[in-house]
Ligand binder design. Structure first.
Ligand code: 4NP
Length: 165
């Protein structure tokens, strides 16, 4: 395929509340893509409506900041039917999120729905545990897992761009 006719990858990370895991994934992915020179769209959403309009959890903001990434300006929103047409990939942080995503999926939805840790051969099928009821160490572990996974995702998109060129 000619590069000009390719669809630019648009990745939506989805967790439950969109204040802990998926905003960290959005920030980590945007940072990793920028460093790799990969031109993609990145966003995040929650399956639930609890935190619409809210900033990420202060612990998520602090953890991202400690890793050089600013997610303080992100705003919580809920997954919408439109997302299944405007994003090429909807990436869930855990399997309950996959169920929540499928429950909201319109019949004609085009986005490919995946589990984030399926990108790591040694962690296929695993969840990124919800740190919301945990402590700072849980947020740090969460960030590190997400960072490893988004690095692998970026490598996958870079490889597929190269193959399509
Ligand atoms: P997240 O974490 O899905 O990683 O954003 C949660 C945040 C808030 C709630 C649950 C999970 N909550 O129940 O309010």
């Amino acid at each position: 395929m000619h590069a000009a006719t390719q669809t630019k990858p648009a990745i939506l990370f989805v967790c439950l509340g969109n204040i802990c895991r998926s905003p960290m994934a959005e920030g980590a992915m945007r940072d990793a893509a920028r460093k790799a020179g990969l031109d993609i769209i990145v966003a995040s959403a929650g399956t639930a409506n609890y935190h619409i309009g809210n900033a990420p959890d202060p612990r998520a903001i602090a953890t991202a900041r400690a890793h050089g990434v600013d997610i303080g300006g992100l705003i919580g929103r809920q997954l919408s039917e439109n997302d299944f047409f405007t994003f090429t990939h909807i990436i869930a942080l855990d399997k309950a999120n996959i169920a929540g995503i499928k429950a909201r999926a319109p019949r004609q939805g085009k986005a490919q729905v995946e589990l984030l840790l399926d990108v790591l051969n040694h962690r296929k099928g695993e969840a990124v545990p919800d740190p919301y009821y945990g402590d700072d160490a849980d947020f740090e572990a969460c960030w590190n897992t997400i960072a490893e996974a988004v690095d692998a995702l970026v490598a996958r998109f870079v490889a597929s761009e190269r193959n399509a060129a």
